[in-house]
Design a protein around this ligand. Structure first.
Ligand code: GLU
Length: 424
């Protein structure tokens, strides 16, 4: 292997460089031909768009957005669309690359893509968000489609946003294209179980890991960082299985109760007040302290670069189940390895969402819809199978779970590129 990756420092923490480094390590460990890294180190295409929106006060404001299509050797590009005020193009490129490997770890017939718009949806009205959503999909309409590139929800986007985009695209194409997006509302061809799928999938992988380490679910101490779509569901499902949710937080602050919090009651509190902060009977806890609590399972379900080297040095969890994309930095990974923490990497543990997106797309193609129990059962089968594949690689190759997951997926993508003749 002759490839070189840009060095990653704890100061810069550019997710794109992190991702390239993870890819390079996997290519080297597998002894792959140099062409594999050469092709995969960059997205195949990145489109930048400027979307002017007439705001409610009558002024025009332009928002910048991207769609990054990393690789489609295994099938159409697939991945979410995030709305966030701090998002950068490199972040979108990294997230699209992680999607390629996430889909490949699960064995889904997809490549990887990701999109984003730099905006703060919390400061925008419903009508402004609708205009932005419609404007964005118009701008990228030539590169997306049910057989080309299929977007889905991600940070701060939701089924309503998917619905506006499907509607706009369907108007442009002059026929209903429900298969364009996944994570749609049920009435518009969404799948039962999709909204819970990321949290649920993460729980399935954590339960498998707990079995391997001999940790009983009943009474297990669980900490959840981030109480959005993934974190709140993961907390609730763990709680339903008898685990104790000792702490959780959101972007406004954290709460702790060693006896255990009831995630359903916390969700109701958040719906009422806008945050988990001030939940009755709980103590306040900072983000750093929360990540370093003594617990059996820590579920980071927020953003990238949360578990840095500094944080990792104090992590006392036995298992980390990454429901977020890219929450752990490479330096932190090494420290966690030394500390004996089993890290279930994002490309495995956060893959429940895209797996049920795949089910949704299959249901759209066939026009036949499955009941929720069936979706959940199938999701469990897919997640457990993927976990077992990665765990086997981890044991056989004696590499961390993240590297095992990368090796498994890079191998699959490389094989597809080889048979397609891309590698010469
Ligand atoms: N945004 C989710 C992820 O990062 C889901 C993507 C999808 O369903 O296509 O995995």
């Amino acid at each position: 292997m002759t490839g070189k990756a840009t060095p990653v420092t704890e100061e810069t923490l550019n997710p794109f460089h992190i991702c390239q480094r993870q890819l390079l390590e996997a290519c080297q460990a597998l002894g792959l031909e140099p062409g594999v890294y050469e092709i995969l180190k960059q997205p195949m295409k990145v489109m930048e768009v400027a979307v002017p929106v007439i705001m409610d006060d009558g002024r025009v404001k332009t928002f910048i957005g991207w769609r990054s299509q990393h690789n489609d050797a295994l099938g159409p590009f697939k991945g979410g669309l995030r709305f966030h005020p701090d998002v950068t193009m490199d972040e979108v490129k990294a997230l699209s690359m992680w999607m390629t490997f996430k889909c490949a770890v699960l064995g889904l017939p997809y490549g990887g893509g990701k999109g984003a718009v730099r905006c703060d949806p919390r400061q925008m009205s419903r009508r402004e968000l609708e205009r932005l959503s419609r404007g964005f999909i118009q701008r990228v309409s030539e590169i997306v489609g049910p057989d080309k590139d299929i977007p889905a929800p991600d940070v701060y986007t939701n089924p309503q946003i998917m619905a506006w985009m499907v509607d706009e695209f369907s108007r442009v194409r002059e026929h209903n294209c429900f298969g364009l997006m996944t994570g749609k509302p049920l009435v518009l061809g969404g799948s039962a179980g999709r909204s819970e799928a990321t949290g649920r999938g993460c729980v399935y992988t954590c339960l498998e890991a707990m079995k391997r380490l001999g940790i009983a679910v009943e009474g297990a101490r669980v900490v959840v960082q981030g109480f959005g779509n993934a974190g709140s569901v993961a907390a609730r499902l763990m709680h339903e299985r008898g685990a104790r949710i000792i702490a959780l937080n959101d972007s406004s602050g954290g709460i702790l109760n060693a006896q255990g919090l009831d995630p359903v009651a916390v969700l109701a509190h958040k719906a009422r007040t806008g945050s988990v902060v001030g939940f009755p009977g709980a103590q306040a806890i900072s983000n750093d302290d929360l990540l370093q609590l003594e617990c059996d399972v820590l579920i980071p379900a927020a953003l990238e670069n949360q578990i840095t080297a500094r944080i990792a040095a104090g992590v006392k969890a036995r298992i980390i189940g990454e429901a977020a994309n890219g929450p752990t930095t490479p330096e932190a990974d090494e420290i966690l390895l030394q500390r004996g923490v089993l890290v279930l990497p994002d490309i495995l543990a956060s893959a429940g969402g895209v797996t049920v997106s795949y089910f949704e797309w299959v249901q759209n193609q066939s026009g036949y819809y499955w009941p929720e129990e069936e979706v959940n059962q199938r999701l469990e089968v897919w997640m457990v199978r993927a976990f077992n594949g990665v765990y086997r690689m981890y044991q056989e190759q004696k590499v961390p779970m993240r590297q095992a997951a990368f090796m498994l997926s890079v191998k699959r993508v490389a094989e597809a590129m080889r048979v397609r003749g891309w590698l010469g």
